[in-house]
Write a protein that binds this ligand. Structure first.
Ligand SMILES: Nc1ncnc2c1ncn2[C@@H]1O[C@H](COP(=O)(O)OP(=O)(O)OP(=O)(O)O)[C@@H](O)[C@H]1O
Ligand SMILES: [Mg+2]
Length: 261
C-alpha cells in the first residue's frame, strides 16, 4: 500500500544543511499497522509528512496505492503532533472540515461526525469552540476529523501524547477496532515503547542524523490487545524490553545503516 524507495529528505536553511532522512526503504502492506519510534529529531514527523504529500522528497520515491504521492490526498489522512483545529469553528465544524475541503456533501457526513464525537466521549461539546476544550479533548476532535473521510491510509504523529493514561488506553482500543474493521493502513509515530508494541504489527526503529531505519521488529501478539488485566501484558512487556534494548544501543559504524527484519 505504502512504498518508500531510497527516500531522503534534506533541509537547507540559512544556518546550513540538515539531512533529516537518508535511504529509507519501507513497504507497508494494505491493512498493516506500523509504528515508528526513535529519538527526538530522528525524522519521524518528516517521514510522515513525506508520505502525506505535505513535503516533497529530495531523494527517492513515495507511492501510496501504486500512485506517486505529490500532494495531499483524500485517501490519506494525517493527524498531527499538536491538534491543529481552526479556532473560530465549532467542534462539529472542525470535524467536518475535510468534507468541505474535498467538496463532499456535508449533510451526508453530519451523522457520522456526531457518531465519531460520541465515540471519543465528546457528545454535548459539538457547538463549543476549541479554546473551550482541554488539550486532550482537542486532540480527540482532531482524531474524529482525521477519520471523517474514511481514509484508507492514516498517518498519525504522536496523536495520544497529550492525553491522560486512561483516555490513551481507550483510544488505543478504539483505534485497533477501526483498524481491524476497516482494514485501514496505519503508520503511527510514538515515543511510547509500550504503545508501539500494543498497537503495531511491526515497529520501525529510526536512528538519528541522518534518520535511517535501524531495525524492524515484528510483533506477534494476537489482537485485540490491551494492557489491562489480560493475557497480553506479559507479551507486551517482553517485546517492549527487546525494543528498549534496540533504542538504547549506541550506534557503531559497523551497525550504521543496517536495517533488517
Ligand atoms: N522545515 C524544516 N526546516 C529545517 N529543518 C527541519 C524542518 N523540519 C524538520 N527539520 C529537521 O529535521 C530533523 C528531523 O525532524 P523531525 O521533526 O522529523 O523529527 P522527529 O523525529 O519528529 O522529532 P520529535 O520526536 O521531537 O517530534 C531535525 O533535525 C529537524 O531540525
Ligand atoms: Mg515529531
Amino acid at each position: 500500500m505504502i512504498e518508500l524507495s531510497g527516500v531522503g529528505r534534506t533541509f537547507t536553511g540559512r544556518s546550513g544543511t540538515v539531512e533529516a532522512l537518508q535511504g529509507i526503504d519501507l513497504s507497508v502492506a494494505a491493512g498493516e499497522f506500523v509504528a515508528v519510534v526513535g529519538r527526538s529529531g530522528c525524522g519521524k514527523s518528516t517521514l510522515l509528512r513525506l508520505v502525506a504529500g505535505l513535503l516533497p522528497t529530495t531523494a527517492g520515491t513515495v507511492t501510496v496505492g501504486g500512485q506517486r504521492v505529490v500532494k495531499a490526498r483524500r485517501d490519506i489522512a494525517m493527524l498531527f503532533q499538536r491538534p491543529a483545529l481552526l479556532p473560530w469553528r465549532s467542534v462539529l465544524d472542525n470535524v467536518l472540515l475535510p468534507v468541505e475541503i474535498f467538496g463532499l456533501r456535508r449533510a451526508q457526513h453530519r451523522a457520522r461526525a456526531l457518531e465519531l464525537l460520541d465515540l471519543v466521549g465528546l457528545t454535548g461539546f459539538e457547538k463549543r469552540l476549541p479554546h473551550e476544550l482541554s488539550g486532550g479533548m482537542q486532540q480527540r476532535v482532531s482524531l474524529c476529523r482525521s477519520l471523517i473521510t474514511e481514509p484508507q491510509v492514516m498517518l498519525m504523529d504522536e496523536p495520544f501524547s497529550a492525553l491522560d493514561a486512561l483516555t490513551r488506553e481507550e483510544l488505543s482500543v478504539e483505534l485497533q477496532r477501526i483498524h481491524m474493521e476497516r482494514a485501514a493502513t496505519i503508520v503511527f509515530v510514538t515515543h511510547s515503547i509500550d504503545e508501539a508494541v500494543l498497537l503495531a504489527d511491526r515497529v520501525v526503529v529510526l536512528s538519528p542524523r541522518p534518520g535511517r531505519i535501524r531495525k524492524i521488529l515484528p510483533i506477534d501478539i494476537p489482537r485485540p490487545r490491551s494492557l489491562g488485566r489480560n493475557a497480553h501484558t506479559e507479551d507486551v512487556a517482553r517485546c517492549s524490553a527487546d525494543l528498549h534494548e534496540v533504542l538504547m544501543e549506541r550506534e557503531t559504524p559497523a551497525s550504521a545503516g543496517i536495517g533488517g527484519e
